[in-house]
Ligand binder design. Structure first.
Ligand code: ATP
Ligand code: MG
Length: 286
């Protein structure tokens, strides 16, 4: 049974009921896992990993909220939301004076009732606000209060870089999940992300933990990729590098362009879907 009403296209119409039921869940709140997916470097696969995990969550029968925190709005588009229509929604949620402001900003995805999205509009670009850094850092956390608890998993797809939005995402998360490619540039970009996680943990959110690093775009055979994979293990420690790595597969780009979860692509993507299933199970145990 889903708490989230499965009918209608714009879920914000049921916001008050959703908010109330979220607050009433009491100790079940601890069951929700909030995960920020981030990298310093762009194009490494944050959106692909976020959506692959959302697909695995759906396949496992879990309810999942994807928070698209990137003004490029890639995950919103793959989940069937037009970023033009989403304009203003995220900012409204972040600016809402009361906790739970996300309720009016969440819409259904085209994947099915188990997956809903808090979409980004392009207006999120350059979002800045007045107030102290402390108040600002907690804005997404505040917006999700009582809302996140309605889901088994909340996945926050961050923009590339280490600016304000990733800071807000980490402040709202229980786990930081890094994505890396087995390439020298991607490996070099891990240290600064680890520093940001540490800073947010110290300043804003002592619930935050590093979940691990998912290696994406692993070629079937490449000595250089193997070397860089080992280099990632040296930077973050062997146990922090999650297995399996996501292979380099055109099916992932196809799923995105067709707005489909990878699990619905059938046999030719079954190994990738299985990899996300394993990673999702690990995430839930983390
Ligand atoms: N394992 C993979 N195999 C093949 N293509 C992939 C893989 N992972 C990602 N891609 C493709 O690479 C491109 C970039 O991936 P993605 O959008 O997930 O990266 P990102 O880190 O979210 O980028 P940005 O920093 O711009 O948000 C997309 O076209 C995606 O389909
Ligand atoms: Mg992205």
């Amino acid at each position: 049974m889903y708490l989230w009403p499965p009918s209608g296209t714009k879920l914000h119409t049921v916001a008050p009921a959703v908010l109330a039921s979220g607050i009433d869940r009491g100790q079940n709140d601890v069951m929700t896992l909030r995960v920020a997916v981030l990298t310093e470097k762009g194009g490494v696969g944050k959106t692909t990993v976020t959506l692959g995990l959302a697909s695995a969550a759906q396949a496992a029968g879990d309810r999942v909220l994807v928070v698209d925190f990137d003004p490029q709005a890639s995950s919103s588009m793959v989940l069937g939301v037009d970023p033009g229509e989403a304009r203003g929604r995220m900012r409204e949620a972040l600016d809402a004076p009361r906790p739970g402001g996300a309720a009016g900003s969440i819409v259904e995805s085209c994947w099915g009732a188990e997956v809903v999205v808090m979409p980004a509009g392009r207006d999120l670009r350059g979002w800045e606000n007045s107030g102290s850094a402390q108040v600002q850092a907690h804005r997404l956390d505040r917006a999700l209060k009582g809302i996140a608890d309605l889901f088994d998993t909340v996945l926050i797809d961050c923009p590339p870089g280490l600016g304000e939005l990733p800071t807000l995402a980490l402040t709202a998360a229980d786990r930081a999940l890094m994505v890396a490619e087995p390439s020298v540039f991607s490996v070099d970009a891990i240290g600064p992300v680890a520093d940001l996680i540490d800073e947010v943990w110290q300043r804003y959110n002592n619930r935050l933990d590093l979940a691990g690093v998912i290696v994406n775009r692993m070629p079937a055979v490449s000595a250089e990729a193997e070397r860089q994979y080992d280099a990632i293990s040296k930077v973050v420690g062997k146990r922090a590098v999650w297995k399996p790595a996501i292979p380099q597969r055109v099916a992932l780009a196809e799923a995105a362009s067709q707005s489909l979860p990878i699990h619905r692509l059938g046999g030719r993507a079954s190994d990738v879907a299985e990899a996300f299933d394993q990673l999702y199970r690990k995430l839930k145990r983390s």
